[in-house]
Design a protein around this ligand. Structure first.
Ligand code: FMN
Length: 207
């Protein structure tokens, strides 16, 4: 719900720059795939799988598109202080083929601009406590691609009608107030990052 809304806003921002910008949204939960199983086909001498993971499953097309895209945005709700298992599995399959055990270096097909989107129930100090996990996730991306812009939405509305759920620990009034005051700014930040990425991508095209 929240994560998808931020992605849509980022997409609108990117498309506002130019009709030449094509944005493809891939919903990992719709795909049937596994994380890296250490088959090491990408490490065989002379391997042709050093850009895109050799293993064929429901993620293969997405991996190929991500590897050759001009920009990449990784969006995930925060589950137990980290990105989702699906996002971790995607990252394993995307980045491990780029890691050379000969040079101990990560080389992506293209070093492209990136962004991350996190949405989470927590706010304030709880979020501060999770920041090392966010930093680590972004450091994985920055090994092969550009350091990501971070977009984060805290204190999200987890459901639309709180009175239908056992969620008495939350103040619905506080959540609503935050939603009215902060959420539009979060959407705006996503929009702005999308526009900024699009401009960078177009500028690189013209160099
Ligand atoms: C399994 C699970 C674990 C969660 N763990 C956390 C957490 O550790 N920290 C947090 O702030 N929110 C946590 N949340 C809340 C979600 O991150 C938050 O509601 C998010 O905005 C959901 O994104 P969505 O609206 O796009 O589905 C968790 C939610 C679920 C379902």
């Amino acid at each position: 719900m929240n994560t998808a809304a931020l992605i849509e806003s980022l997409k609108d921002g990117a498309r506002s720059v130019s009709d030449q910008i094509e944005v493809k949204i891939i919903r990992l939960y719709d795909l049937d795939y596994k994380g890296c199983m250490s088959c090491l086909a990408c490490k065989v001498k002379g391997s042709k799988f050093t850009e895109v993971c050799a293993y064929k499953d429901g993620l293969s097309d997405a991996l190929r598109e991500a590897a050759y895209a001009d920009g990449l945005v990784f969006a995930s709700p925060i589950y137990f202080s980290q990105v989702t298992a699906q996002m971790r599995a995607f990252i394993e399959r995307l980045i491990f083929p780029w890691l050379s055990y000969s040079k101990m270096a990560v080389t992506a097909p293209k070093r492209i601009p990136t962004a991350v989107i996190y949405t989470m129930n927590a706010w304030g100090q709880f979020v501060e406590n999770m920041k090392p996990f966010f930093d680590h996730f972004e450091s994985l991306i920055a090994m092969g691609l550009e350091k990501p812009e971070r977009i984060e939405a805290q204190n999200t509305l987890q459901v639309k009608q709180y009175d239908r759920y056992e969620m008495a620990a939350f103040s619905v009034e506080d959540k609503q107030r935050w939603h009215e005051e902060q959420w539009p700014q979060d959407l705006r930040r996503a929009y702005d990052v999308g526009a900024q990425m699009a401009k960078r991508i177009l500028a690189d095209d013209h160099q």
